[in-house]
Design a protein around this ligand. Structure first.
Ligand code: ADP
Length: 179
């Protein structure tokens, strides 16, 4: 599924983000940038140990929630990995929506700063961080759409959804947004 917003497009795909051929792959990291399971584990495994070495050296203090930092991408078919820290879901009353939006925005800023025409995102915060999938889909897509309409770049933003449930939630939210 593909929707054009200004000069840019949002695409949805189902699969494994580590096999994406884009300029920047976004990781759903924790604030210590310490590695973990889920998409973080998959990205570090596929990229190889240089990814963790570089992350530790460049960002010994980690990264705050709602922000993101950039490294190179090791063995991945991308130039960069942007390590984004989404919020842990606490019932929706702890500023989670704004923090989720700002994690996406920061990644898109990093894409522009590093001249990346294409970027792939996982569904940040929807795994162990517990953000409800439908709400995350709506928030994530509207944060990206707002950025694209304002900045007209990057050219391609692809959401790579791991399973049918997350793909369906994002497809419904994107359809509603395109109407
Ligand atoms: P968070 O801690 O931000 O919740 P998780 O890694 O636990 O991060 O999950 C984020 C989302 O990424 C979940 O929807 C999960 O199903 C999905 N995911 C896990 N592995 C992959 C992968 N290899 N590619 C794309 N998405 C993945």
């Amino acid at each position: 599924m593909l929707v054009q917003f200004g000069h840019s497009r949002i695409e949805l795909a189902q699969g494994d983000i580590t096999s994406q051929q884009v300029d920047a792959i976004v990781n759903a990291a924790n604030s210590r940038l310490a590695g973990g399971g889920g998409v973080d584990g998959a990205i570090h495994r596929a990229a190889g140990p240089t990814l963790m070495d570089e992350t530790r050296t460049k960002y010994p203090e980690g990264c705050s929630t709602g922000s993101a930092v950039a490294t190179s991408a090791g063995r991945l078919r991308a130039k960069f990995v942007f390590h984004a820290v989404g919020p842990i879901w606490r019932g929706g009353v702890a500023g989670e929506a704004e923090l989720l939006s700002s994690a996406y925005r920061r990644c898109l800023e990093l894409a522009v700063e590093n001249a990346c025409p294409s970027i792939a995102f996982p569904a940040i915060s929807t795994g162990v961080y517990g953000y409800p999938m439908d709400l995350a889909a709506e928030r994530s897509l509207s944060a990206v759409r707002a950025f694209l309409l304002e900045h007209q770049q990057p050219e391609l933003v692809r959401f790579v959804l791991f399973d049918g449930g997350s793909f369906g939630a994002f497809a419904r939210a994107l359809e509603a947004m395109a109407e």
